[in-house]
Ligand binder design. Structure first.
Ligand SMILES: NC(=O)c1ccc[n+]([C@@H]2O[C@H](COP(=O)([O-])OP(=O)(O)OC[C@H]3O[C@@H](n4cnc5c(N)ncnc54)[C@H](O)[C@@H]3O)[C@@H](O)[C@H]2O)c1
Length: 256
């Protein structure tokens, strides 16, 4: 019996990196998975790889009408929505001085607005079937700040505090929906290659090289945490910020 057997899970940004690993693991543990992404080709390939019940739906997380139709199609197809992994994200390099307003808005539209829209439209669908679990992908940037990605840091900070607002709201409503944020440090995905090497596309070799140099974890390490938060094993955990950072956010004591 899988750890999320029979549950219906929607994953955003499921075409690549952590979203792909989340979709594969949730499916392996018995969930019916809706893979979504605005990268149609790679997203469809992930759904095809899973096979069985899995479907792919195109979703740009910044588009509210797109969210409404994807959630409606999910419920029509599978009869419920139990798990939402708000994973889609992007990063643009730049500190507070060299980030343009345009780039600030672009990053916040995906990372912050996208999570807001996902929660807003998933909660009623989840509540209708007795509850569910929302996992919002944040970052260590939300905990300790990162000077070289100002807009990204702000967007992930928004995800961190918004998650607590959603958790409190759902608790007040007694609707059975939980909401937690996940805060990884470096993870071996195409995103870190784009940042570290400035390349638009990443080969597995690039990912391995950057990951090794940065002592990073694998997408599957994060997927294991997502699975736990998605499953009923974490039924008393809501509003939590879960670090997966190999202690990178702990400041060493002064004596060290
Ligand atoms: N890789 C890391 O080191 C790291 C660390 C902490 C947090 N994160 C976060 O983890 C999440 C996954 O990142 P990843 O490292 O797997 O990156 P990735 O680039 O491999 O995957 C991101 C996915 O999001 C999709 N996406 C981007 N904009 C979208 C939009 N508007 N609508 C729909 N899909 C969109 C992309 O097409 C891609 O498939 C992101 O939120 C990222 O900020 C990554």
């Amino acid at each position: 019996m899988g750890r999320v057997a029979g549950k219906v899970a929607l994953v955003t940004g499921g075409a690549s990196g952590m979203g792909r690993a989340d979709a594969l693991l949730l499916a392996a543990e018995g969930a019916k998975v809706v893979v979504t992404d605005f990268n149609v080709q790679d997203g469809q390939a992930v759904a095809d790889q899973i096979g069985g019940d899995a479907i792919f739906l195109p979703l740009n997380v910044t588009d509210e009408d797109n969210w409404k139709s994807v959630i409606a199609t999910t419920v029509e197809t599978f009869g419920a929505l139990d798990i939402l992994v708000n994973n889609a994200g992007m990063m643009i390099m730049g500190n507070v001085l060299d980030t343009s307003l345009e780039d600030w808005r672009k990053v916040n539209a995906v990372n912050s607005d996208g999570v807001f829209l996902g929660c807003k439209h998933a909660i009623p669908a989840m509540a209708a079937s007795g509850g569910g679990s929302i996992v919002n992908m944040s970052s260590v940037a939300a905990i300790s700040g990162q000077s070289f990605v100002a807009a990204y840091t702000a967007s992930k900070g928004a995800v961190r505090s918004f998650t607590k607002s959603v958790a409190m709201f759902c608790k007040e409503q007694k609707n059975g929906v939980r909401c937690n944020s996940v805060h990884p440090d470096g993870v071996k995905t195409p995103m870190v290659v784009k940042v570290a090497l400035g390349k638009e596309t990443a080969t597995q070799e690039d990912i391995d090289m950057v990951g090794k140099a940065g002592n990073m974890c694998d997408p599957e390490d994060v997927a294991n945490l997502v699975l736990f938060l998605a499953s009923d094993e974490s039924r008393f955990i809501t509003g939590a910020e879960m670090l997966i950072d190999n202690a990178s956010t702990i400041t060493p004591p002064i004596s060290m």
